[in-house]
Design a protein around this ligand. Structure first.
Ligand code: DP6
Length: 361
């Protein structure tokens, strides 16, 4: 599928003002995307669960430009305040979309965006924010051109546009779980956009919990973009990309059969591999903190001693994601309060679980 087949320019007499408004969630990767090439193409397929609570809400208003000018005209408010750093990143992103969306040059745009989670919580917001914006853009396309009436087409295009903003955002378009990156294991999968694998989940995974334990709410020490780039020279990269395929092929049957043990083993191995890759890059990054390791050890001991299937994963930072089935919620919350509370930054943890995906507001 290509996304450039139509010349999307609005006829002068059809130009009008309007608003579109979406909320879209973050996601947590189990098979990690780490390493990319070309224009935001992944080196390996990744798989994630879409979350329910960690959301970005984006309102995109548009009106015809008063004077025809070249380039993007954008007014931007983040949590009700101007933010020039974010605005200029968005202008670069929207500019990069002009080959697909020449009509963006005909409009004056205003983006207002808020996150459901505190900005300082150390949660990566690029997946939720770029997916919310991509969905708004698809709504505008459909409104002016009627080209995305088919839901599958709409979601694919949104995932494609989200990917161009942030790779992991491609997966947030779909409720439940998604795979991004071509693999023979998932029909219809592509490097260009993610696909849903919700219908391949055992019920135990449809309500999986992900409590985010905040070890540090400081800004990331390395941006994802810089981190991905380091993979180009990482000596373990080719083995790693092959390993991601192997792990996905072991994970998919576990997701289908409800094999939580296999799932947990793969999730933890992937998290530690991601950090191992960062540690073995040049320059190297050590993003776990002593408290991250203390939590990991406590989780493993608790799991073994209490026979409770609780596992961890990590993003490219020190915070720990606790993954466990719904039925163990009171056991796990009890464990967090009694054994992990002193390791949390200001006692913060953000309870979340697998969600239904974006919603038009
Ligand atoms: C560790 O999607 O943030 O969270 O494409 O440069 O925006 P860019 O990178 P990004 O990378 C996410 C990396 C990860 C793993 C994952 O979500 O798969």
């Amino acid at each position: 599928m290509t996304f450039t087949e139509k010349d999307l320019i609005i006829p002068q007499d059809k130009l009008k003002a309007g608003t579109t408004h979406w909320q879209s969630p973050s996601n947590i990767a189990i098979i990690k995307y780490w390493g990319k090439h070309g224009v935001q193409l992944p080196r390996n397929p990744s798989m994630s669960f879409t979350l329910q609570n960690a959301l970005t809400e984006t309102k995109l208003s548009y009106k015809p430009k008063e004077e025809p000018t070249a380039g993007i005209e954008l007014d931007f408010l983040f949590e009700d305040a101007p933010n020039e750093a974010f605005r200029s990143k968005l202008v670069t992103y929207l500019d990069s979309l002009l080959p697909f969306y020449p009509f963006l040059e005909q409009l004056s745009l205003k983006i207002q965006t808020v996150n459901s989670f505190p900005h300082s919580a150390g949660i990566a917001s690029s997946a939720s924010s770029m997916s919310a914006l991509a969905l708004c853009l698809c709504s505008i396309e459909d409104d002016f051109f009627g080209t995305l009436g088919d839901d599958t087409m709409f979601d694919r295009k949104a995932s494609f546009l989200a990917r161009l903003g942030s790779g992991s955002a491609a997966r947030s378009i779909f409720g439940g779980a998604a795979v991004w990156g071509q693999t023979d294991l998932v029909a219809g999968s592509s490097d260009e956009y993610a696909v849903s694998i919700e219908d391949q989940l055992h019920p135990i995974f449809k309500s999986l919990h992900d409590d985010i334990l905040i070890v540090s709410s400081e800004e990331k020490a390395v941006s994802s973009r810089a981190g991905h780039r380091l993979m180009d020279k990482n000596p373990y990269a080719p083995t790693r990309y092959a390993q991601a395929h192997e792990r996905l092929s072991a994970l998919l049957p576990a997701l289908k059969n409800g094999d939580i043990e296999k799932f947990g083993e793969i999730a933890e191995n992937e998290a530690l591999t991601l950090h191992g890759l960062m540690m073995t890059s040049n320059p190297s990054y050590l993003l776990m903190e002593p408290k991250t390791i203390a939590m990991i050890q406590a989780i493993r001991i608790y799991r073994k001693e209490q026979n409770v299937p609780v596992y961890f994963t990590l993003d490219a930072g020190p915070n720990v994601h606790l993954l466990y089935p719904e039925e163990y919620i009171s056991d796990v919350r009890g464990f967090v309060h009694s054994e992990l509370a002193n390791l949390l930054d200001e006692g913060t943890y953000i309870p979340d679980f697998v969600g239904e995906g974006p919603e038009e507001v």
